[in-house]
Design a protein around this ligand. Structure first.
Ligand SMILES: Cc1ncc(COP(=O)(O)O)c(C=O)c1O
Length: 770
């Protein structure tokens, strides 16, 4: 039976059908006791049949699914694995040795030592290079150059051995180390280079070897992603003192987990073998000599060096031998699939140079591509997360170009290295524009190649360019909820809206804010979040209010800037206006005098937000704008007596209706206030996302009405008119705090605000029905 999508590639076919007793059909031997060759072979046929029966398990689920890789394990591997288990030999023995020999021969290295992973191979290489018994060694404090686009365990062994990693930028065209930058970063402490051959490709190895020779640098090649890639006909991994390889599932060949170190000298091979297994003598070329010199120690447990236990299992050696036989054909398929997909994309009628594709550094290089890598055009960079989601939805599995720029990985902060995060433009570009999908070890059908090209180009980048990802901070508050309702009914369906609250991130923390922004990568932000204590509490909590709100505002604007948001609309408050100010209050008056002392800390944090928004405009050309509403009211989740005016009045009226208590309103009720209905403000915010881009704030005033009239309307709606009274022993605030909304009316053509009574009625109705 053929494995779906794999074109049936078994190397050997075991046949069943022999009878369990009687004469063997194969060689005429009697097989009645079950010990003859035929009986011995019979289980293999059973395994092969069972493999064939289940082969769908190993393959891609269907012709239009593209996992990073489908299993390249076939019945031969399974039979070899079972055979190795049945032999009773679990720990490293002949299979591993034979695999090592075959591998060394394949890559053209004098020595190959297998271990349990590619990470362990890197660890062994660096541990050997720094080992006290090595004749030419690296010492703690020596600098080792490493590309900023690398794998974690390319880097950690450098750190673990007390060496200092020095990141080098990469060349976007090859994804590999930029040799100009590498040369520029050499200092008198530089002793080594850890080259990472990324995703099958390599740098100009002639030039790298020349630099290493001239500057006397020891070279380790992390070849975990590039088994079979050659330069000048020679396998990469064999140029330096050590080369490492990984046999993890998705790699060029697999043993599930597994790795190999190759090296050039007997001294290094002995060192690696010793370090791989406890530091003992068992596999050393000079073990007899060592045993003789130390005759007082039992040679079975003789330790001559520091060491680990990084040995592979025997079963891995057995599987590795089978896999190695497939390597050339699988690599040829990878290469050919890549070329066919490249052609299909570049000749497609939807091709518009959306991507660039990495290339070999020169004609001497022959990469064994690990994945199909594409780098989005820079102007499309912001669309990468959405594009990758799109590919995933269409069952095209994808990954970033390994670490992206490793300098930005959280772990780097913990190491106390001095790295300039802005010094790696190539690595940043690969990290923010690059991705890869599977290139596959079997030949893709023409239909699959067409499907891949069609799907990869079906994403509408033009539409996506105009598509907004709007992140709303404070999305669960009064205005946030009004925005959400508005968006549900009337927003552009292309856009996506993310309403966040304190549950998603503590915006007082830069790290949490950054994580939130990196997660959603918004193109637009409506910043509503605020720490607010109602009424009298405001002055009691003055320090926390100013501290928290300044932190929130600084973090939100900084992260919006850092991830390159197109626009931020921040909502201020009329408390930010001076206490004494001429009426009606225009936007120009914001900084004309101190805020009201009761609201000073809150009001001035809002002023700071306005100053900060202008500062980002001035320094970075950011479109950060601010909106100043009057007293906001709208549907609330719960009545709060200590809340803003309308909340407090509704809360008392509701209580009066429920318990028969008096509905007492503090003060004479004579002062007039403007009330801004939350859904009206929501419309203004959405409008300003598109249309408002001035450095001055813009007022949203709302209808002006006396507090007495509001109290009477509310009393009437709750049916408690008779119990309404005004307690003149409480001081009235200023008679008017009228905001001018001339600017809004001039700029927002067709702006209409909801009639106050209608709005209030709808809010009260929801409270009563809640
Ligand atoms: C460049 C590179 N180095 C090292 C490793 C580690 O290999 P392993 O997963 O076998 O430990 C990987 C794994 O993907 C890798 O890509």
């Amino acid at each position: 039976s053929r494995r779906r999508g794999h074109g049936g590639r078994a190397l050997v076919t075991y046949r069943r059908g022999r009878r369990r007793t009687g004469m063997s059909q194969t060689n005429g031997k009697r097989d009645g006791d079950g010990t003859g060759d035929a009986a011995r072979e019979d289980w293999k046929a059973v395994v092969a049949d069972e493999y064939a029966r289940r082969s769908g398990v190993y393959a891609a689920p269907d012709e239009t699914s593209f996992p990073l890789i489908a299993s390249s394990i076939f019945s031969e591997e399974i039979i070899a694995a079972v055979d190795s288990m049945l032999s009773g030999q679990l720990t490293m023995a002949n299979n591993v040795r034979e695999f090592e020999q075959a591998f060394a021969k394949y890559v053209g290295a004098p020595f190959a030592v297998m271990c349990n992973s590619g990470s362990s191979a890197n660890l062994l290489a660096l541990a050997a290079l720094t080992n006290h018994l090595r004749s030419k060694k690296l010492c703690a404090g020596d600098e080792v150059l490493i590309p900023a686009v690398c794998w974690s365990t390319s880097l950690w062994p450098i750190v673990q051995m007390g060496l200092i990693p020095v990141f080098v930028d990469v060349d976007v065209a090859t994804m590999n180390v930029d040799l100009d930058d590498l040369e520029a970063r050499i200092t008198d402490k530089t002793r080594g280079v850890l080259a990472v051959h990324v995703l099958g490709n390599m740098c100009d190895m002639d030039r790298l070897m020349d630099i290493c020779a001239r500057r006397d640098l020891l070279l380790v090649e992390d070849t975990c992603e590039s088994l079979g890639s050659t330069y000048g006909g020679k396998c990469v991994g064999t140029f330096g003192s050590f080369g490492s390889y990984s046999f993890y599932f998705s790699h060029h060949i697999t043993t599930g987990e597994g790795g190999m170190v190759v090296c050039q000298t007997q001294e290094d091979a002995d060192l690696v073998r010793c370090l791989r297994a406890h530091g003992w003598t068992r596999e050393l070329s000079n073990k007899d000599e060592l045993h003789e010199q130390n005759a007082h120690i039992d040679s079975r447990f003789m330790f001559v060096n520091v060491g680990y236990n990084l040995r592979p299992m025997e079963i891995s050696g057995a599987v590795g031998k089978c896999q190695l036989l497939r390597l050339d054909s699988m690599n040829a398929n990878r290469k050919e699939n890549r070329e066919r997909l490249l052609r299909a994309l570049q000749s497609h009628d939807k091709w518009n140079d959306q991507f660039r594709f990495p290339v070999a550094p020169n004609a001497s290089a022959d990469p064994a591509w690990f994945g199909f890598v594409a780098v989005l055009r820079r102007d499309l960079q912001k669309r990468l997360p959405t594009y990758l989601e799109f590919l995933t939805r269409h069952k095209i599995e994808n990954r970033p170009i390994i670490s992206g720029n490793f300098v930005h990985q959280p772990a780097i902060k913990t190491l106390g290295l001095s790295v300039d995060p802005n010094g790696y433009p190539g690595s940043d570009e690969l990290g923010t524009c690059g991705f890869f999908i599977g290139v596959h070890t079997y030949r893709l059908s023409d239909a699959q190649i067409s499907y891949l090209a069609d799907t990869m180009l079906a994403f509408d980048f033009d539409c996506a360019v105009n598509r907004k990802v709007v992140l709303v901070t404070g999305g669960s508050g009064l205005v946030g909820r009004a925005l959400k309702e508005h968006v549900k009914t009337s927003a552009n369906t292309n856009d996506s809206w993310i309403f966040t609250s304190s549950k998603d991130a503590d915006l007082c923390s830069y790290d949490e804010t950054k994580r939130l922004f990196e997660r959603y990568r918004p193109t637009h932000v409506i910043h509503l979040a605020v720490k607010l204590m109602a009424g009298g509490d405001m002055s009691k909590m003055a320090a926390s209010l100013i501290q928290d709100n300044n932190a929130i505002n600084a973090n939100v604007l900084r992260c919006a800037h850092e991830i390159d948001c197109d626009k931020v609309v921040s909502v201020l408050s009329s408390f930010a206006y001076p206490k004494d100010v001429s009426l009606p209050i225009t936007e120009k008056r914001l900084h004309d005098g101190p805020c009201h002392p009761l609201y000073e800390s809150y009001g001035s944090s809002k002023r700071n937000l306005e100053i900060l928004s202008r500062a980002y405009r001035a320094q970075h050309g950011r479109k950060f704008v601010t909106v100043i509403p009057s007293n906001i009211f709208g549907t609330i989740s719960q009545l709060r007596e200590g809340g803003p005016v309308i909340d407090a009045l509704m809360s008392k009226a509701a209580q009066s209706a429920a318990t028969g208590s008096e509905f007492t309103c503090r003060g004479t009720g004579a002062p007039c206030r403007q009330f801004c209905y939350a859904p009206d403000l929501a419309r203004v915010l959405i409008w300003s996302l598109e249309h408002y881009d001035e450095e001055e704030p813009i007022n949203v005033a709302g209808e002006e009405i006396s507090i007495r009239a509001v109290a009477e309307l509310i009393a009437n709606m709750f049916g408690v008119e008779k119990r309404l009274s005004f307690d003149a022993s409480f001081p009235d605030g200023p008679m008017y705090r009228t905001l001018s909304d001339d600017k809004l009316r001039r700029l927002y053509e067709g702006y209409e605000q909801t009639d106050f009574e209608t709005a209030l009625r709808s809010v009260v109705a929801r409270v009563i029905n809640a």
